[in-house]
Design a protein around this ligand. Structure first.
Ligand SMILES: [Zn+2]
Length: 170
């Protein structure tokens, strides 16, 4: 651990940005940390729902709910389209990444697509339950029938009607 200049504050407080999985997992999150979540993540928890209690607990513990800046969202969308993860990401996923960029926080998520885009943006991330990704992946989309490549995930191939699948690019 890095010495803190001898300040009496002790441990450096970490800044964590939580996705809905991180909240509902109910993991005892680092109580020394400053916790953030974007509004789109909080909206996923219905009042009275099973995980709502986990959210309420974190809100009482000081979870800060703020929206990301449009500039950060734009950067995240651009990075996600370059890695090919954009079709897999929800609005909440994009907000988590953008907010982490804004507050210079650590993304806490088990979602591999979110981790992959975080890696592309040089944002630190931590997994909740799963081991995190170990390599960056660039996804591309390819027809199983004729092999036509698509920049984004299509429901079916426009040429031959076969299934279009995500494949690992180089
Ligand atoms: Zn095809």
């Amino acid at each position: 651990m890095r010495p803190d200049g001898g300040a009496a504050s002790g441990k450096r407080r970490r800044t964590l940005v939580l996705d809905s999985g991180a909240i509902s997992a109910g993991k005892p999150l680092d109580h020394e940390g400053v916790l953030y979540a974007p509004p789109a993540v909080v909206d996923e928890f219905q009042p009275g729902g099973r995980s709502r209690r986990a959210l309420d607990y974190l809100l009482e513990a000081g979870l800060r709910v703020i929206p990301p800046t449009p500039a950060a969202l734009g950067e995240v969308e651009e990075a996600a389209s370059r890695t090919g993860d954009l079709p897999k990401l929800s609005g909440a996923d994009l907000e988590v990444l953008a907010l982490a960029r804004d507050v210079q926080g650590i993304v806490v998520t088990d979602d591999y697509a979110v981790q992959n885009v975080a890696a592309r943006l040089n944002l630190p991330f931590e997994a909740i339950l799963q081991p995190g990704i170990t390599e960056q992946i660039t996804w591309s989309y390819k027809c199983r029938g004729c092999g036509k490549q698509y920049a984004t995930l299509a429901k079916e191939c426009a040429v031959c009607g076969s299934e279009v699948r995500a494949v690992k690019g180089k």
